[in-house]
Ligand binder design. Structure first.
Ligand code: NAD
Length: 396
């Protein structure tokens, strides 16, 4: 099927950006929000982002003008009736999304693809009240949608290959890089990112190193753009904790996804990160971090001599982090959450990782990862249980 008209529901942070890339991709685009002021603001933001992008040379003025001309405000859901694909970016509440999808199924044609931009709710549950569920998919963008290249096209057990392929094509025309994910907790990118913060929090709890040191090691030795604690401070400790709780609950409470009690304590104290002025760091007037010194380390590396240049804890911190990254990727592969190539793409584009989790698995080696996990499991329990697929790779 060919998509020509795209509808976007919810004109907030994500919706306005999604409508922008849809219009830039050449689609007639209709943006809807039930709150008139939010709709006006969203449409305004979209137009000014198009002008700003042209000034910065991201696209031509002509492209910006033409894209602006393709966007219209939809004052009711019925105004989306002619759309071939509707992307929902309404608040992250299951009941709200279920009702929206049921209404969209009524007002749109029988083959209109209904896509949700949810980050954490099962797409299958959102589709519960839709009569023809084969046309329901996930289309998960990253924030800000106009800059982040990744889009996860999420398949439920009912999604038709026609709907999935058409959504993938739309993602490509929007200038994104689509990957295919199974409808499962956090899909691919957010799930594979779990160990980056959770294992760092466990190392902090163990006294392996301070937050600041772990961050430095991850940046200089790991090649990550930000350390895990800087990242949590930026996201908000409370927001990151609620993501952690959602994974833990949806995954059937596996030990490796157990939320950190240190983080729970900080949230209870109101240390929420940058937005509250205090998190793992304290923020004064100038919140910029000084650039790291050039130690001549070619990141990412696990060479102990190289790592020792950064900090005495680095030869412990980085292998432990990579072992858990490799482990999560192995669990995800076993659950057929996505292909190995898509997993690497997800983390490079969605989280700016220097290498994908499977590339990092190659760096550490399955055997070393398993040895480390088994050793830690003896003292720390099931959070370090190696995935069967990683065990098999270590033996193979
Ligand atoms: P937001 O709060 O910025 O925007 C939500 C918009 O939905 C608001 O303009 C609001 O007026 C509107 N709205 C309220 N009730 C509605 C209804 N019944 N029907 C339609 N619209 C309604 O939220 P956001 O950050 O843009 O998030 C939207 C969705 O995108 C959520 O599902 C979220 O999980 C997902 N998401 C967010 C991010 C992110 O980083 N913000 C990233 C990926 C996915």
């Amino acid at each position: 099927m060919t998509v020509e008209r795209v509808g976007v529901v919810g004109a907030g942070t994500m919706g306005a950006g999604i409508a922008q890339v849809a219009a830039l991709g050449g689609y007639e685009t209709r943006l809807h929000d039930p709150v008139p002021a939010a709709l006006d603001t969203g449409v305004e933001r979209l137009h000014s982002a198009l002008i700003k992008g042209a000034t910065k040379g991201m696209w031509s003025e002509k492209d910006a003008d033409e894209a602006s001309g393709r966007v219209g405000a939809a004052h009711s859901l019925e105004d989306l009736g002619e759309c071939d694909l509707v992307v929902e970016a309404a608040p992250e509440e299951l009941r709200v999304k279920q009702r929206l999808f049921a209404t969209l199924a009524e007002v749109c044609g029988p083959v209109t693809i209904l896509a949700s931009n949810t980050s954490s709710l099962p797409v299958t549950a959102i589709a519960a009240e839709v009569p023809r569920r084969e046309r329901v998919v996930g289309m998960h963008f990253f924030n800000p949608p106009a800059l982040m290249k990744l889009v996860e096209v999420v398949a439920t057990a009912d999604s038709s290959s026609e709907a999935l392929n058409a959504t993938t094509e739309v993602g490509t025309r929007m200038g994104r890089t689509p990957i295919r994910a199974k409808d499962s907790p956090g899909f691919i990118a957010n799930r594979l990112a779990r160990p980056f913060t959770l294992e760092s929090l466990r190392m902090l709890a163990d006294g392996v190193a301070e937050a600041r040191t772990i961050d430095r090691i991850c940046r200089i030795g790991g090649g990550f753009r930000m350390g895990p604690f800087e990242l949590i401070d930026l996201i908000g400790l409370d927001v990151n904790l609620s993501v952690a709780r959602s994974f833990y609950a949806q995954g059937g409470e596996p030990e490796r996804w157990r939320p950190s009690s240190i983080q729970e304590g900080l949230v209870a104290e109101g240390r929420l990160g940058r937005k509250s002025g205090k998190g793992f760091y304290e923020y004064g007037e100038d919140t910029r971090r000084k650039p790291d010194p050039d130690l001549g380390v070619a990141a990412p590396t696990l060479d102990p001599a190289e790592l020792a240049k950064i900090d005495p804890a680095a030869p412990t911190v980085l292998p432990r982090l990579l072992a858990q990254i490799a482990n999560e990727a192995a669990f995800a592969l076993e659950e057929e959450v996505g292909s190995p190539a898509d997993m690497d793409t997800a983390m490079r584009l969605g989280f700016n990782w220097p290498r994908g989790p499977l590339e990092l698995t190659t760096l550490i080696g399955a055997e070393r990862a398993v040895d480390l996990l088994e050793e830690l499991r003896q003292t720390h329990g099931d959070a370090y249980r190696p995935a069967p697929q990683l065990l098999a790779a270590a033996k193979g």
